[in-house]
Design a protein around this ligand. Structure first.
Ligand code: SF4
Ligand code: SF4
Length: 337
């Protein structure tokens, strides 16, 4: 689906505030997902990274916050899924302790892996570890074609990713029911105002599966097609090309109200490496913390003190939320409808 946005000068004030677009305030449902961003260290520095992660970043979880998170995981049976992200979550402090605590407590554990980490010194045993603890692996592979992947993520990333998928397949990932491997597609960054919405997830998954199996003999479970939200390096790129407001307007013009009830922020808490709580990882990166009804910023300590995960009434929103509601919608688990 393509549509050229108007090339006339637009200002940010012409973007309808997201909250105004909704018929009622965006509220939380019962929290069932704890998404933890362990830190900003990563072996890659992709041009679409909303975290602006990279090898030189040093921010990561401390042992104190890690212990609080484990207390949270043990204390709340309503948490069904612990979703570990970063940076490369595997490179940041707390990865293995959190995996082991969450699996012991019977939670589903997701690792958002860039796959190339398997070939870095010190991480060679990672595939076997993931299989041993039956982590669900959600891995970014922004295209099934080599050039497009290497342009977004760096030279050699595509071949390393394929090698990593072959290794995971050998261990049973994508084949055994308890070893799930999902891939993530995201569009190339726009060079002009001929913006694209993410392609249909079902047909894209079919194309990925056919190409990857025919060319490399690899298999995976599901493909998640996500939209580039205009934050982090995507925002920098759009600003550098004078496309930021045009892209927001494009997303707003494709706002689909039927996605709203499925937004991922409705049933998750997103935690940063300092123990602060947000409605999602995007709000985390944009420093838009979740608050209590009295306006106080929420932290893990406050959740533990209250003995209650369901303290947030209204979800904090911003203009980039249109990236989650445009077209078929978008989330960390792909299209919403
Ligand atoms: S997109 Fe993922 S792999 Fe790429 S730099 Fe960001 S955290 Fe690392
Ligand atoms: S960015 Fe998306 S997930 Fe986050 S608060 Fe906005 S709509 Fe919800």
């Amino acid at each position: 689906m393509t549509q050229s946005a108007s090339t006339s000068q637009l200002s940010f004030s012409e973007i309808t505030p997201f909250q105004k677009k909704l018929s009622h305030p965006l509220t939380k449902q019962k929290i069932t997902v704890l998404q933890i961003n362990l830190g900003k260290r990563c072996n890659l520095a992709c041009n679409h990274c909303h975290v602006e992660a990279g090898p030189k970043r040093t921010e990561e979880l401390s042992s104190e916050i890690c212990e609080q998170l484990i207390e949270l995981i043990h204390g709340f049976p309503q948490i069904e899924t612990v979703d570990l992200t970063g940076g490369a979550p595997e490179m940041n402090y707390g990865f293995k302790p959190l995996v082991e605590a969450a699996r012991k407590a019977g939670k589903e554990v997701i690792v958002r892996s860039n796959l190339t980490i398997f070939f870095e010194t010190g991480y060679k045993d990672l595939p076997e570890y993931l299989a041993q603890y039956q982590l669900r692996v959600i891995a970014s592979l922004p295209c099934y074609l080599e050039n497009n992947v290497d342009r977004q993520r760096g030279a050699g990333v595509y071949q390393a990713s394929i090698k990593a998928i072959q290794k995971l397949n050998q261990l049973g990932y994508g084949k055994k029911p308890d070893l799930i491997l999902d891939l993530v597609y995201n569009p190339q960054l726009p060079k002009n105002d001929n913006f694209f919405l993410t392609s249909n997830q079902v047909s894209l998954e079919r194309d990925y599966k056919q190409y990857l199996e025919e060319n490399f003999g690899v298999v995976f479970n599901r493909l998640f097609a996500i939209t580039n939200l205009p934050i982090g390096r995507v925002k920098n790129h759009l600003n550098n090309n004078h496309l930021y407001v045009l892209y927001l307007k494009f997303l707003e013009s494709h706002h689909n109200s039927s996605t709203v009830s499925h937004l991922m922020c409705r049933n998750q808490l997103s935690i940063d490496y300092l123990g602060n709580v947000y409605d999602c990882d995007f709000n985390q990166m944009e420093n838009l913390p979740a608050t209590l009804p009295n306006g106080e910023a929420l932290t893990i300590v406050k959740l533990l003190e209250a003995g209650n995960l369901d303290l947030i009434q209204e979800i904090k929103t911003a203009a980039y939320c249109y990236g989650c509601t445009a077209g078929s919608g978008s989330s960390c688990a792909g299209a919403l409808i």
